[in-house]
Ligand binder design. Structure first.
Ligand code: ZN
Length: 254
């Protein structure tokens, strides 16, 4: 069984042995470590799952970045504050072009409103786009007209990470090579990485590469904690739903 908390812990431990500095995205942008690891979490839904991740990391003295959406299925103020108090970074997982039906001025107002709301709870320095495959809007389009830096935001992974220098791994589609069928969660360098053999399917594949010291020095992981669970019914449900979604996405990408 993959995508269980058990295997997640194994992954973190294997990365710890390799001496990566685990940095929040904010710290990553301000540092120049030779070996660094950013654990980014998109809290699309089930914030309790992301809190479990946050606690596991805190036990191992690891820091990560957690991006919450301004929708009821993600936005849990208790969990947002607890995540920050465990030493993690919290950011805004924005989707304003989507919720404002493509009206960029409305989206900008909506963005600032929710950023301010989040900043009443925690310090926010970075943001990250939510990319719904079903939406016809690209949430990044808001930055064709406006600039998040004017709001004292220093980073958005899609703009502020040089993926020529940072290897990117995402659990999109509930596997590690699912970006091929992803509509928006991809970076151009991935095809080059495949040629270099840097392509992984299961979490165990990554653990093995880590143990053999074959992973690049700088890595950003994107994880969706709702896809990870203790096994049992929720695990099975996620497996079945995700397989179905992958089929639909394949169709959308074509
Ligand atoms: Zn998302």
């Amino acid at each position: 069984m993959d995508f269980t908390l058990e295997i997640y812990k194994k992954l973190l431990k294997s990365l710890l042995i390799q001496d990566y500095a685990f940095l929040t995205f904010n710290d990553f942008l301000n540092s120049n470590k030779k070996k660094s690891m950013v654990l980014r979490h998109d809290v699309d839904l089930l914030p309790n799952n992301s809190l479990r991740f946050a606690k596991i990391q805190a036990e191992l003295d690891i820091k990560g970045s957690y991006y919450f959406r301004a929708v009821p299925e993600s936005w849990d103020e208790g969990i947002i504050k607890e995540t920050a108090s465990l030493g993690h970074e919290v950011g805004y997982h924005y989707e304003n072009m989507d919720t404002c039906n493509g009206d960029v001025d409305k989206a900008w107002d909506d963005f600032r409103l929710h950023l301010d709301k989040l900043r009443k709870l925690v310090d926010v320095k970075t943001i990250c786009m939510h990319g719904s495959p079903r939406s016809k809007f690209d949430n990044k389009d808001i930055w064709k007209k406006f600039d998040y830096r004017t709001l004292d935001i220093i980073g958005e992974p899609y703009y502020d990470v040089d993926f020529d220098k940072v290897f990117y791994l995402t659990d999109t589609g509930r596997r590690w090579d699912g970006w091929k069928s992803s509509v928006r969660d991809k970076v151009p360098q991935q095809t080059e990485w495949v040629k270099q053999g840097l392509v992984f399917h299961s979490t165990n594949d990554i653990i093995q590469a880590s143990n053999a010291n074959q992973l690049p020095d700088n890595i950003m992981f994107t994880m969706h904690p709702q896809r990870w669970s203790d096994g049992g019914f929720q695990w099975l449900k996620e497996l079945i739903l995700q397989n179905l979604k992958n089929e639909i996405k394949k169709y959308l990408v074509k």
